[in-house]
Structure formats: C-alpha cells, structure tokens
Design a protein around this ligand. Sequence first.
Ligand SMILES: *Cc1c(COP(=O)(O)O)cnc(C)c1O
Length: 227
Amino acid sequence: MGECEKLQEVLESIKDACQRVGRKPEEVKLLGASKTVPPEVLRRFYECGLRTFGENRVQEFLKKYEALQELNIDWHFIGRLQTNKVKYLMKKVSLIHSLDRKSLADEIQKRASKVGITQEVLIEVNVGGEETKGGVEPENLPELFEYTLSLPNLKVVGLMTIPPYLENPEEVRPFFAKLRNLRDKLEEEFKVELPHLSMGMSHDFEVAVEEGATIVRVGTRLFGERS
Ligand SMILES: *Cc1c(COP(=O)(O)O)cnc(C)c1O
C-alpha cells in the first residue's frame, strides 16, 4: 500500500470512530508520530496531505526540521524533554505534549519569554500509574496546572497520556476516559478551557477518538514497524 492509501485508511478510521459517537471528524487532528522515519518519507506523507508531525528526540527533530524547512509542517514535540534541550524547540514546534514537572515549566517560560512567544503545551499525565512511564501522577496534576497559571509565556491547552499497552484496545478505554475526566475537573476547578486531549496511538486510536481525543498520535499504522 502506498503512503496516500495508508493515510486515507487512518483518516477513514478516525471518521468512522467519530460517526459512532456523534463527533465531527474536523475535531480530531491526526499527528504522524515520526520518530526514526527518514525525512524523505515524511515528505511523501506531506504530499499526501498530512501536515502535523510529532518527534520524540530533539536532535533527530532538528535534523528533520532543517531537511524539510521549505514545507509548511506543523511540528509538535511528543517525547520526554530535558530542560537543557528546551531552547532548541522555541519557534519550531507549535505544541509540546510532555510537560510533566515544574522545572520544565520554568525552563519553557524562560525560553519562550526570551524569544517573545507564548508556548502552548499539554500536561502529560501518567493515568496508568506505571513506573516506567512519564507524566505527572493524577493526584499531582492540579498543583502543576495551577503552577503554570503563574507563567505568562506558557499556555496549557489540554492533557496528554500514554496509557498502558493492553492487547485489547477496549481495555484501554477506561484510561482515556480517566484523562477526559481529569481535564473536565481542571476546567471546572480553575474556570478555564482545556480543549485538547492528546491520546490514542496505532492500536487504540479509534477507542481514544470515541472517548474524546482531539489529537491522535499515530506511528506504525502510517509509517510501518520501526526498525
Ligand atoms: C511512538 C509514539 C507514538 C506512536 O506509536 P505507534 O504505536 O507506532 O502508533 C505515539 N506517541 C508517542 C509519545 C510515541 O512516542
């Protein structure tokens, strides 16, 4: 199957999932999770119409950013982020999905202020409570969110999660619902709008869309198995 067919297939699945729960497909953004995928492949997907790509490693991102500079790509950063790398992302990514601690918020604030932008971010939440997963624990989420309200150059626009991997995507559903509930509670408690839920990957994005995802991060289903 060619790139454009793969892209169409994933977009169709998103559409079908939207239809099942009465959502509009335009509410869901497909992000190509493109770690390890070479720039020439990204270019082909871009030509098929995919505009949003998410990278996990700063070094790798910068190379691709450079290689594809003439394209109008909407880059996101979706991986764990070291504070000393934040400066390289400024003015290059529209959204950082992985804010998980105050020190990182402070660094984003500092760097965004320096270049005169407001950086949009998502707070990553460890909904499964797994030791190996990044993200703030749900019980510490309100405190971290409240802290970000004091940072003028950083704007939280929603939440992100990487739930536990479970063979049956239906079993992941409660974790997606949990992220949505945490978002709803923050909106109510702080009287703010947090429109985005970044959740769902190749094997479970349909369920994530049914549970309210506004950004799905799809790698394998678009680009094939990573070597
Ligand atoms: C790799 C990755 C994805 C995509 O995973 P697939 O299972 O290949 O779709 C999504 N989100 C993050 C944070 C990733 O690192």
